[in-house]
Design a protein around this ligand. Sequence first.
Ligand SMILES: NC(=O)C1=CN([C@@H]2O[C@H](COP(=O)(O)OP(=O)(O)OC[C@H]3O[C@@H](n4cnc5c(N)ncnc54)[C@H](O)[C@@H]3O)[C@@H](O)[C@H]2O)[C@@H](O)CC1
Ligand SMILES: Nc1ncnc2c1ncn2[C@@H]1O[C@H](COP(=O)(O)OP(=O)(O)O)[C@@H](O)[C@H]1O
Ligand SMILES: [K+]
Length: 481
Amino acid sequence: MFHTVSQLRQIEQQARKLGLPLMQRAGRAAADFISRRFGKAAPIGVLVGPGNNGGDALVAATLLRQLGYTLSVCMPAGPGNLPADAATAYLDWQRCGGTESTQAPTGTCTVIIDGLFGLGLNRPLEPNWQALITQVNQLGKPILALDVPSGVHADSGALLGAPIQARWTLSFIGQARGLATGAACDYTGLCLLDKLGLSAPTLDQAALPDTATVAQTIRIPRAADSHKGSYGTICIIGGAEGMTGAALLAGRAALQAGAGKVFTGLLGPVPSADLARPELMLRPADTLLMDAADLILLGPGLGQGAPAADLLHHALSSQQPLVLDADALNLLASDPRLTQAARPRQAPTVLTPHPAEAARLLACSTAEVQQHRYDAAAALARRYHATIVLKGAGTVIVDGALMAVNQSGSAALANAGQGDLLSGLIAALMAQGLTAWQATCLATRLHGCASDTLVNRDGRGITLANDVIAELDRHLAPYFR
Ligand SMILES: NC(=O)C1=CN([C@@H]2O[C@H](COP(=O)(O)OP(=O)(O)OC[C@H]3O[C@@H](n4cnc5c(N)ncnc54)[C@H](O)[C@@H]3O)[C@@H](O)[C@H]2O)[C@@H](O)CC1
Ligand SMILES: Nc1ncnc2c1ncn2[C@@H]1O[C@H](COP(=O)(O)OP(=O)(O)O)[C@@H](O)[C@H]1O
Ligand SMILES: [K+]
């Protein structure tokens, strides 16, 4: 469960009104974390910034000092402009005999606490802060980031410089949603949460769920008295010359995930069978009866020629649920008339862009999409009246007012074919009766989990789509009933 920064600020304000000592609790949580893992022998570096994040670090430093630890506190902006609670924390630090300097911690420290910036970082790191962070990262010591690694934008996950490279990120009250997606994922290390004894049920209901939470309530009915027609007929269209494999991978994934019948229509050469998965039915794309299918998936290896554009136009004007991936998205981006055709569709439309495809659809740069992943996904959902799966580290899913973020998977998935697999998996789940929201959340979750299993169980560094497909049904099994 993740929160926007404004939600966290609201919870904080409510708690303040009740007079709860949040900074004391946050500092204690950080001090406990350190004292459970590190002995008193070697010094601890503490980075104190100009806001309340610095206050948390000062409380932790005070408590650790009282326990007998040696601390080296670096406070580049001095105590002059600290906000009220942090100023109190500073007085406590002084009262217990603590001193500080503007010098970065040195390599003699065993661990470093990062209290430079938390939720309040709102502009790029200025050169002096950046130099300090770079110097600290270069020490190569384990770093505990308080709330967020300094340099990460807590709401979007964008980088406002080169952030603290944390070993652990200990968040307070709730986890900022920026920790869950995009570039931030490389800096957080292990994310931990201390709620500081607060519960905020109203705001928790409005929080951003992990796809794992959404998946908890999903079941895919499999009646004893059912047959292949009960589980959907899918038309997959793609596989232009040289890209047959993309369409086959989508088809294999759809079958593995329980679709009743999968027709694969290829724009390029049509092999007589997919020998690794002879259950797939292969046809020339222009002979497929799209309108007879329960769901159409268009895009894997589609190409962007005129026949592909015609097929997309036909698919958009169909009454069936539609999943668009890869070149179908590029075509959609290239022709405003296709956007016009997408908007009024009554049946669900799912778009599964990677960041570059999303940028084309939004007519902006890939960097802009990556700096605002949540907003970009929401903007796409509005523009196309569609369910959006914005892929990459921390895939973001938006369906109308609903939003979720995925935390399974890793860079082991960064290879061609994984997107084809994902689109086939989504199609299969929708064809079996799940809503677009359920199917996209569950598919994204399971795709990552299947890859994670191969990484953890078999020690793989890279997972290829065919191997991940073979792993899928094991992960899906608990959802069938
Ligand atoms: N929100 C909550 O629920 C709680 C917050 N606490 C702590 O308070 C933090 C939030 O405190 P603040 O709002 O004071 O935010 P920060 O401590 O993140 O710092 C904000 C300060 O940094 C300055 N600043 C922002 N970007 C800068 C930049 N690039 N260069 C230089 N200065 C910059 C701002 O002008 C402001 O003075 C949280 O991250 C957490 O550590 C805790 O005390 C417990 C509860
Ligand atoms: N660094 C990463 N961390 C997590 N997931 C990733 C990462 N890189 C890629 N993936 C996942 O792998 C898939 C790749 O999709 P895509 O880029 O469309 O590949 P394709 O070439 O198959 O179309 C997506 O589901 C994406 O979220
Ligand atoms: K921090």
